[in-house]
Design a protein around this ligand. Structure first.
Ligand code: NAD
Length: 274
């Protein structure tokens, strides 16, 4: 595909620095004769941070087979961003050489079954978390048709491999390499005493297995899917599985390794003297 045939959409967050980088990027893409359009793009570029990449993922979640993403970060290198804001020229050069190669990661499919028989479907790039709105959530957890445990606590999060470094990590979950196609269940403040018992540690569930959560106190629950939160009344069950689609990123020759990102984000430079 020639540059003149490649359709690119560019979005930035509200921060002045991101808007400035976005304008510069658009100008350089035009100079290099890429087609700039939000409609059915081949490549979607997000300028900002991981939160901005999550937003553009949801904007194009119905076109995942066709769209490849690129993240430009205006702060530290993020988990979904391959370029820093001063690397715009490098990004343009890589897009000119782009042959359609991609790096893809699993995403999560969440299905919310309501008591009236309706089903709502959502896709998550990081995670989906169910919580009860006011009091303790009580829910039966089933893993691959095994009635696993009755959970009592604030809620349960199910994350993707790339989402394992986000909310899941704050909940004490493990960091999972994105090439491992699995989901992770993490408890949010579970009640554990002589009466109530849950496993207490996070659980990593392989690709084909289905996770089902049946809330027993059937009033109002919130389900957060990445950066969006929905409220539902009378949920019969929520199903979590790896989706048939994946998110695809434009393969970059300078793609930062996952372990470097983890080190950069959470460890930083280690001083040998200490
Ligand atoms: P946001 O955009 O401000 O993001 C919150 C922080 O999470 C940012 O520092 C962002 O860089 C980081 N982040 C996002 N995805 C990540 C990933 N895959 N790996 C490592 N860090 C990541 O906030 P938002 O847009 O409202 O929410 C987006 C995400 O924030 C959610 O999907 C959730 O994972 C995360 N979050 C974390 C906590 C927590 O750690 N206690 C609480 C709420 C939300």
């Amino acid at each position: 595909m020639k540059n003149t045939d490649k359709k690119i959409a560019v979005f930035s967050n509200y921060k002045p620095q991101s808007k400035e980088v976005c304008q510069l990027l658009i100008k350089k893409l035009r100079q290099n004769r890429f087609i700039l359009t939000d409609k059915n793009p081949d490549i979607v570029i997000s300028v900002g941070g991981d939160g901005m990449l999550l937003s553009v993922f949801h904007k194009y979640e119905n076109q995942l087979d066709k769209v490849r993403f690129v993240g430009v970060h205006t702060g530290h290198l993020g988990f979904y961003t391959d370029y820093r804001d001063f690397e715009i020229d490098k990004l343009i050069e890589n897009l000119k050489l782009d042959t359609g190669a991609q790096v893809s990661y699993p995403i999560l499919n969440v299905r919310i079954f309501l008591e009236d028989g309706s089903v709502k479907s959502k896709l998550a790039l990081n995670e989906a978390t169910i919580k009860r709105s006011d009091r303790t959530m009580v829910a039966d957890v089933m893993i691959n048709h095994v009635a696993f445990e009755r959970f009592r606590g604030d809620g349960i999060s199910v994350s993707t491999p790339t989402g394992s470094t986000a909310y899941n990590k704050s909940l004490g979950g493990a960091v999972l390499h994105p090439t491992i196609e699995a989901l992770q269940i993490a408890e949010v403040a579970s009640l554990n005493n002589r009466v109530y018992r849950t496993l207490g540690s996070s659980i990593i569930v392989p690709k084909k297995d289905k996770i089902e959560i049946f809330p027993t106190r059937n009033d109002q629950h919130t389900i957060s899917v990445d950066n969006r939160t929905y409220t539902f009344k009378h949920i019969a069950k929520v199903e979590f599985q790896i989706d048939n689609h994946k998110i695809q990123f434009v393969a970059s020759p300078s793609h930062t390794s996952f372990w470097n990102r983890v080190k950069d984000a959470f460890i930083g430079e280690v001083d040998d003297e200490i």
